[in-house]
Design a protein around this ligand. Structure first.
Ligand code: AP5
Ligand code: MG
Length: 233
Protein backbone atom coordinates (compact mmCIF):
# COMPACT_ATOMS: atom_id res chain seq x y z
CA UNK A 1 0.00 0.00 0.00
CA UNK A 2 1.54 3.32 -1.00
CA UNK A 3 0.12 6.25 0.91
CA UNK A 4 2.07 9.02 -0.80
CA UNK A 5 -0.72 10.50 -2.97
CA UNK A 6 -3.91 9.79 -1.07
CA UNK A 7 -5.91 12.29 1.02
CA UNK A 8 -5.10 11.45 4.63
CA UNK A 9 -6.58 14.26 6.75
CA UNK A 10 -5.52 15.02 10.28
CA UNK A 11 -4.21 12.36 12.66
CA UNK A 12 -3.81 13.11 16.36
CA UNK A 13 -1.57 10.96 18.57
CA UNK A 14 -2.56 11.09 22.23
CA UNK A 15 -0.56 9.52 25.02
CA UNK A 16 1.53 10.17 28.11
CA UNK A 17 5.07 11.53 27.99
CA UNK A 18 7.24 8.67 26.74
CA UNK A 19 4.37 6.64 25.26
CA UNK A 20 6.05 6.61 21.84
CA UNK A 21 4.12 9.37 20.07
CA UNK A 22 7.23 10.79 18.40
CA UNK A 23 8.52 7.35 17.40
CA UNK A 24 5.22 6.38 15.77
CA UNK A 25 4.48 9.82 14.30
CA UNK A 26 7.71 9.68 12.27
CA UNK A 27 6.72 6.28 10.83
CA UNK A 28 3.18 7.41 9.99
CA UNK A 29 4.42 10.65 8.40
CA UNK A 30 6.98 8.72 6.34
CA UNK A 31 4.40 6.20 5.15
CA UNK A 32 1.82 8.74 3.97
CA UNK A 33 4.30 11.44 2.92
CA UNK A 34 2.73 14.02 5.23
CA UNK A 35 4.40 16.26 7.85
CA UNK A 36 5.00 15.21 11.43
CA UNK A 37 4.00 18.19 13.57
CA UNK A 38 5.36 17.87 17.11
CA UNK A 39 4.54 20.89 19.26
CA UNK A 40 7.31 19.82 21.66
CA UNK A 41 9.88 19.79 18.81
CA UNK A 42 8.71 23.20 17.52
CA UNK A 43 8.91 24.66 21.04
CA UNK A 44 12.39 23.17 21.66
CA UNK A 45 13.55 24.59 18.33
CA UNK A 46 12.29 28.04 19.38
CA UNK A 47 14.04 27.72 22.74
CA UNK A 48 17.30 26.74 21.00
CA UNK A 49 17.05 29.70 18.61
CA UNK A 50 16.14 32.10 21.44
CA UNK A 51 13.00 33.44 19.70
CA UNK A 52 10.37 35.39 21.65
CA UNK A 53 8.17 32.29 21.71
CA UNK A 54 11.12 30.24 22.95
CA UNK A 55 11.86 32.72 25.74
CA UNK A 56 8.24 32.57 26.88
CA UNK A 57 8.14 28.75 26.77
CA UNK A 58 11.57 27.88 28.21
CA UNK A 59 10.90 28.06 31.95
CA UNK A 60 7.47 26.45 31.67
CA UNK A 61 8.94 23.50 29.77
CA UNK A 62 11.84 23.14 32.19
CA UNK A 63 9.32 22.81 35.04
CA UNK A 64 7.31 20.20 33.13
CA UNK A 65 4.18 22.38 32.89
CA UNK A 66 2.16 23.09 29.78
CA UNK A 67 2.79 26.17 27.66
CA UNK A 68 -0.30 28.41 27.34
CA UNK A 69 -3.02 27.38 24.88
CA UNK A 70 -2.78 30.70 23.01
CA UNK A 71 0.91 30.30 22.21
CA UNK A 72 0.60 26.68 21.14
CA UNK A 73 -2.60 27.15 19.12
CA UNK A 74 -0.97 30.03 17.21
CA UNK A 75 2.05 27.87 16.44
CA UNK A 76 -0.12 25.01 15.14
CA UNK A 77 -2.29 27.41 13.09
CA UNK A 78 0.83 28.66 11.28
CA UNK A 79 2.18 25.16 10.67
CA UNK A 80 -0.97 23.52 9.29
CA UNK A 81 -1.38 26.36 6.77
CA UNK A 82 1.88 25.36 5.05
CA UNK A 83 1.34 23.75 1.62
CA UNK A 84 3.01 20.47 2.65
CA UNK A 85 0.11 19.91 5.09
CA UNK A 86 -2.58 20.10 2.38
CA UNK A 87 -3.12 16.31 2.16
CA UNK A 88 -2.94 15.88 5.91
CA UNK A 89 -0.57 15.82 8.88
CA UNK A 90 0.23 13.93 12.08
CA UNK A 91 -0.08 15.96 15.27
CA UNK A 92 2.17 14.70 18.07
CA UNK A 93 1.65 16.32 21.49
CA UNK A 94 -1.26 18.48 20.35
CA UNK A 95 -3.99 18.91 21.47
CA UNK A 96 -3.11 18.49 25.14
CA UNK A 97 -6.02 20.28 26.80
CA UNK A 98 -9.76 20.23 26.08
CA UNK A 99 -9.52 23.92 25.07
CA UNK A 100 -6.85 23.02 22.48
CA UNK A 101 -9.02 20.17 21.16
CA UNK A 102 -12.03 22.48 20.80
CA UNK A 103 -9.86 25.04 19.04
CA UNK A 104 -8.53 22.36 16.65
CA UNK A 105 -12.05 21.23 15.75
CA UNK A 106 -13.03 24.82 14.91
CA UNK A 107 -9.83 25.42 12.94
CA UNK A 108 -10.22 22.25 10.85
CA UNK A 109 -13.92 22.90 10.23
CA UNK A 110 -13.00 26.35 8.92
CA UNK A 111 -10.14 25.03 6.76
CA UNK A 112 -11.21 25.16 3.12
CA UNK A 113 -12.19 21.74 1.77
CA UNK A 114 -11.72 19.98 5.11
CA UNK A 115 -14.45 17.31 5.10
CA UNK A 116 -12.71 14.63 7.11
CA UNK A 117 -12.84 14.00 10.82
CA UNK A 118 -9.64 13.91 12.79
CA UNK A 119 -8.45 10.37 13.50
CA UNK A 120 -7.41 10.22 17.15
CA UNK A 121 -5.22 7.37 18.37
CA UNK A 122 -4.31 7.01 22.03
CA UNK A 123 -1.06 5.16 22.74
CA UNK A 124 -1.45 3.33 26.03
CA UNK A 125 1.64 2.55 28.18
CA UNK A 126 1.92 1.76 31.91
CA UNK A 127 3.61 4.10 34.39
CA UNK A 128 6.77 2.03 35.07
CA UNK A 129 7.42 1.52 31.39
CA UNK A 130 7.03 5.29 30.81
CA UNK A 131 9.72 6.00 33.41
CA UNK A 132 12.18 3.63 31.75
CA UNK A 133 11.44 5.04 28.32
CA UNK A 134 11.91 8.65 29.44
CA UNK A 135 15.05 8.20 31.54
CA UNK A 136 16.65 6.06 28.81
CA UNK A 137 15.76 8.24 25.83
CA UNK A 138 18.51 9.72 23.69
CA UNK A 139 17.93 11.72 20.49
CA UNK A 140 20.00 12.64 17.44
CA UNK A 141 20.23 16.43 17.10
CA UNK A 142 20.67 16.16 13.32
CA UNK A 143 17.91 13.82 12.07
CA UNK A 144 15.72 13.62 15.21
CA UNK A 145 16.01 9.82 15.39
CA UNK A 146 14.94 8.56 18.83
CA UNK A 147 16.83 5.84 20.76
CA UNK A 148 16.66 4.30 24.20
CA UNK A 149 19.74 3.11 26.08
CA UNK A 150 17.73 0.27 27.70
CA UNK A 151 15.17 -0.61 25.04
CA UNK A 152 16.44 0.59 21.65
CA UNK A 153 20.17 1.27 21.96
CA UNK A 154 22.18 2.64 19.04
CA UNK A 155 24.69 0.24 17.45
CA UNK A 156 27.61 2.35 18.75
CA UNK A 157 27.12 3.72 22.25
CA UNK A 158 26.07 7.38 22.25
CA UNK A 159 26.13 7.76 18.45
CA UNK A 160 23.36 7.97 15.86
CA UNK A 161 23.14 4.86 13.62
CA UNK A 162 22.27 6.99 10.60
CA UNK A 163 24.72 9.90 10.75
CA UNK A 164 27.14 9.08 13.59
CA UNK A 165 26.38 12.30 15.50
CA UNK A 166 26.62 12.35 19.32
CA UNK A 167 23.16 11.74 20.82
CA UNK A 168 21.75 14.06 23.50
CA UNK A 169 19.42 13.70 26.48
CA UNK A 170 16.48 16.13 26.69
CA UNK A 171 16.70 18.62 29.58
CA UNK A 172 13.17 17.67 30.68
CA UNK A 173 14.06 13.97 30.94
CA UNK A 174 15.28 14.23 34.56
CA UNK A 175 13.33 12.31 37.23
CA UNK A 176 12.05 15.48 38.87
CA UNK A 177 10.72 17.04 35.65
CA UNK A 178 9.38 13.70 34.38
CA UNK A 179 7.25 13.47 37.52
CA UNK A 180 5.81 16.97 36.87
CA UNK A 181 5.17 16.16 33.20
CA UNK A 182 3.28 13.00 34.18
CA UNK A 183 1.19 15.02 36.67
CA UNK A 184 0.37 17.64 34.00
CA UNK A 185 -0.62 14.80 31.70
CA UNK A 186 -2.99 13.23 34.28
CA UNK A 187 -4.56 16.58 35.14
CA UNK A 188 -4.84 18.30 31.78
CA UNK A 189 -4.46 15.79 28.96
CA UNK A 190 -6.14 12.62 30.22
CA UNK A 191 -9.60 14.32 30.12
CA UNK A 192 -9.14 14.53 26.36
CA UNK A 193 -9.77 10.79 26.14
CA UNK A 194 -13.34 11.39 27.32
CA UNK A 195 -13.68 14.38 25.01
CA UNK A 196 -12.86 12.27 21.95
CA UNK A 197 -14.63 9.16 23.22
CA UNK A 198 -17.87 11.13 23.58
CA UNK A 199 -17.60 12.10 19.93
CA UNK A 200 -16.89 8.46 18.96
CA UNK A 201 -13.45 9.36 17.65
CA UNK A 202 -11.07 7.70 20.11
CA UNK A 203 -9.07 4.66 19.06
CA UNK A 204 -6.69 2.98 21.48
CA UNK A 205 -3.52 1.11 20.72
CA UNK A 206 -1.46 -0.95 23.17
CA UNK A 207 1.83 0.98 23.18
CA UNK A 208 3.59 -1.63 25.28
CA UNK A 209 4.61 -3.84 22.37
CA UNK A 210 7.54 -3.68 19.95
CA UNK A 211 7.71 -0.54 17.79
CA UNK A 212 6.73 -2.68 14.77
CA UNK A 213 3.64 -4.15 16.48
CA UNK A 214 2.50 -0.74 17.73
CA UNK A 215 2.96 0.59 14.21
CA UNK A 216 0.88 -2.23 12.70
CA UNK A 217 -1.93 -1.54 15.19
CA UNK A 218 -1.68 2.18 14.44
CA UNK A 219 -2.08 1.65 10.71
CA UNK A 220 -5.05 -0.66 11.31
CA UNK A 221 -6.69 2.03 13.45
CA UNK A 222 -5.99 4.82 10.96
CA UNK A 223 -7.04 2.83 7.89
CA UNK A 224 -10.20 1.64 9.68
CA UNK A 225 -11.14 5.23 10.40
CA UNK A 226 -10.35 6.33 6.82
CA UNK A 227 -12.49 3.51 5.47
CA UNK A 228 -15.43 4.63 7.57
CA UNK A 229 -15.01 8.16 6.26
CA UNK A 230 -15.02 6.93 2.67
CA UNK A 231 -11.40 7.99 2.15
CA UNK A 232 -9.84 4.63 1.42
CA UNK A 233 -8.08 4.14 -1.94
P1 AP5 B 1 6.71 16.80 24.07
O1 AP5 B 1 7.97 16.96 23.34
O2 AP5 B 1 5.46 16.56 23.31
O3 AP5 B 1 6.93 15.70 25.18
P2 AP5 B 1 5.92 14.61 25.81
O4 AP5 B 1 4.49 14.67 25.54
O5 AP5 B 1 6.31 14.65 27.24
O6 AP5 B 1 6.27 13.31 25.07
P3 AP5 B 1 7.68 12.77 24.78
O7 AP5 B 1 8.27 13.43 23.59
O8 AP5 B 1 8.49 12.78 26.05
O9 AP5 B 1 7.35 11.23 24.50
P4 AP5 B 1 6.85 10.52 23.18
O10 AP5 B 1 5.47 10.01 23.43
O11 AP5 B 1 7.07 11.35 21.96
O12 AP5 B 1 7.82 9.27 23.18
P5 AP5 B 1 9.07 8.88 22.23
O13 AP5 B 1 8.58 8.43 20.89
O14 AP5 B 1 10.15 9.92 22.29
O15 AP5 B 1 6.46 18.11 24.99
C1 AP5 B 1 7.50 18.66 25.76
C2 AP5 B 1 7.00 19.89 26.51
O16 AP5 B 1 6.58 20.89 25.56
C3 AP5 B 1 5.77 19.68 27.41
O17 AP5 B 1 6.14 19.20 28.67
C4 AP5 B 1 5.16 21.09 27.44
O18 AP5 B 1 5.86 21.93 28.33
C5 AP5 B 1 5.42 21.61 26.02
N1 AP5 B 1 4.30 21.32 25.10
C6 AP5 B 1 4.34 20.50 24.01
N2 AP5 B 1 3.13 20.45 23.41
C7 AP5 B 1 2.31 21.26 24.12
C8 AP5 B 1 0.94 21.60 24.02
N3 AP5 B 1 0.16 21.09 23.05
N4 AP5 B 1 0.42 22.44 24.94
C9 AP5 B 1 1.18 22.95 25.92
N5 AP5 B 1 2.49 22.67 26.10
C10 AP5 B 1 3.05 21.82 25.20
O19 AP5 B 1 9.57 7.56 22.99
C11 AP5 B 1 10.08 7.64 24.31
C12 AP5 B 1 11.18 6.59 24.51
O20 AP5 B 1 10.64 5.30 24.40
C13 AP5 B 1 12.32 6.65 23.46
O21 AP5 B 1 13.53 6.41 24.11
C14 AP5 B 1 11.97 5.53 22.47
O22 AP5 B 1 13.11 5.00 21.89
C15 AP5 B 1 11.26 4.54 23.38
N6 AP5 B 1 10.19 3.79 22.71
C16 AP5 B 1 9.22 4.29 21.91
N7 AP5 B 1 8.38 3.30 21.50
C17 AP5 B 1 8.85 2.16 22.09
C18 AP5 B 1 8.41 0.81 22.06
N8 AP5 B 1 7.32 0.40 21.37
N9 AP5 B 1 9.13 -0.11 22.77
C19 AP5 B 1 10.24 0.27 23.49
N10 AP5 B 1 10.69 1.55 23.54
C20 AP5 B 1 10.01 2.47 22.85
MG1 MG C 1 7.89 13.27 21.62
Amino acid sequence: MSGKNIPVGSIVLLGAPGAGKGTQAKLIAGHYGIPHISTGDILRDNVARGTELGRKAKRVMERGDLVSDDLVNGMVADRIKQPDADRGFVLDGFPRTVAQAEWLDRELAAKAGEKKQTVVVDVDVSYNQLLQRLTGRRTCPVDGKIYNIYLQPPKNEGLCDVCGTQLFQRVDDTEEVISERLKSYERQTKPLEDFYRKHGRLRRVNGEQSVEKVMADMFRAIEGARLRQGLSD
